[in-house]
Ligand binder design. Structure first.
Ligand SMILES: [Zn+2]
Length: 61
């Protein structure tokens, strides 16, 4: 498995719990001026989990 999704270019995580773990560490550190990832979702293209800062409706389109 490559480090990034060939379709979205996002980092890939093999499970939701792994993605949530990374999400938690992102929120534990201040990132001034940066839009933080809000949630994990399963990619329909590669089947891995990615993090996104978009709300759910935006991601679906
Ligand atoms: Zn993907």
């Amino acid at each position: 498995m490559s480090a990034r999704c060939p379709v979205t270019g996002k980092a890939r995580y093999r499970s939701e719990s792994r993605a949530d773990e990374v999400l938690g560490s992102i929120w534990a550190t201040p990132h001034p001026g940066r839009r933080l990832e809000r949630r994990a979702y399963q990619c329909p293209y590669c089947g891995s989990w990615h993090l996104t800062s978009k709300p759910p409706l935006e991601e679906a389109s």
